[in-house]
Write a protein that binds this ligand. Structure first.
Ligand code: NAP
Ligand code: GLV
Length: 300
């Protein structure tokens, strides 16, 4: 809490910042909350709540609350630093797949001189991004910067320089067929649940790579492990899982073609998130519309 309080003060916020479990806080005095995964029912007990700020870009852990006060605007985090970090992570993941980073790391751990020649270069490797929003667009720019051709698939058509846009169910298979490394940057919605499963993986070229930085609910891990075993996928980087932390006994930890990262692709520091929220609170108090609000009908 002292970190958060200092960060809000440094951002010039005039709000009184208190910890969620501070027993001296009158629930009727709370006008704003900044949360990641509140206990179900907690937000409904704040009768004067004006805005819920999600501390991440995905707010599925907030909307999972059956008692979520739906009349209160829910703002998704979207800072330049978050997009920068995501772009860096996705570029690192794509290069790791290209250069065989999992194999290199395993050989080093065993002091084994495992010489091999990575087959592909970036310009020969089309990266297909599912979800071309705040995060996807930043990833596309950075990938293009080092020579990857980039295509993308989203609900509606997009215009991002140099990125061929595919949209909707009708164009999904054409997008997958043209993709060598698939990056998932979709929000968690009923439509995207278990999208990364056998039927979608089968539509990719043999030996494709996979990066999931969306949500664990989007992947069927047993199908991904089977595709890695069969060679349908040559490698994968998974940052998100159904159960986090991933349990120590989970087979994903030891799969020789899989890099597991602990949901760290993109989280900007508290100072940046506090400054962003302070700016939005000031805008709200001036009567301005809030950006990047969650749409209950769309599900993100
Ligand atoms: P965003 O700006 O809202 O973009 C979401 C994109 O997904 C949009 O292009 C949207 O298309 C597309 N989309 C949504 N539903 C779709 C569907 N059913 N079929 C096809 N496309 C669909 O969100 P964002 O800020 O980029 O974040 C995206 C997600 O990344 C978050 O929800 C979160 O799950 C994940 N994330 C993970 C980390 C991490 O550390 N691992 C960090 C940040 C975010 P339209 O615009 O056409 O509707
Ligand atoms: C992290 O997962 C986020 O949604 O920001």
């Amino acid at each position: 809490m002292p970190d958060w309080q200092r960060a809000f003060a440094a951002a010039g916020a005039t709000v009184d910042v208190r910890w969620w479990d501070d027993a001296t806080v009158d629930p009727a005095a709370v006008r704003y909350v900044l949360v990641w995964d509140p206990e179900p029912g907690r937000l409904a007990k704040l009768p004067k709540l004006e805005v819920i700020f999600g501390s991440g870009a995905g707010v599925d852990f907030i909307t999972a609350d059956p008692d979520l006060p739906r009349h209160v605007p829910l703002v998704r985090m979207a800072t330049p630093g978050a997009a920068q970090r995501m772009g860096e992570f996705v570029t690192w993941a794509a290069l790791s797949l290209l250069k065989g980073a999992r194999r290199i790391g395993a050989a080093q751990a065993e002091r084994r001189w495992d010489y091999f020649e990575p087959e592909w270069t970036a310009p020969e490797t089309t990266v297909g991004i599912m979800g071309l929003g705040h995060m996807g667009a930043a990833a596309a720019r950075m990938l293009q910067g080092i020579g990857f051709p980039v295509i993308a698939w989203s609900r509606t058509p997009k215009q991002v320089p140099g990125v061929r846009s595919y949209a909707g169910g009708a164009e999904r298979d054409a997008f997958l067929t043209a993709t060598r490394i698939l990056v998932c940057l979709l929000p968690a919605t009923p439509e995207t649940r278990h999208i990364l499963a056998k039927p979608l993986l089968d539509a990719l070229p043999d030996g494709a790579g996979l990066v999931n930085v969306g949500r664990g609910s989007q992947q069927k891990i047993e199908d991904i492990l089977a595709a890695l075993d069969s060679g349908k996928l040559s490698g994968a980087v998974l940052d998100v899982f159904d159960q986090e932390p991933l349990p120590p006994e989970h087979p994903a930890w030891t799969h020789p073609k899989l890099l597991v990262t602990p949901h760290l692709a993109s989280l900007p520091p508290r100072s940046e998130r506090a400054a962003h929220v302070a700016k939005l609170i000031a805008a709200h108090e001036r009567g301005e519309a809030l950006p990047n609000t969650y749409d209950h009908a769309r599900g993100y």
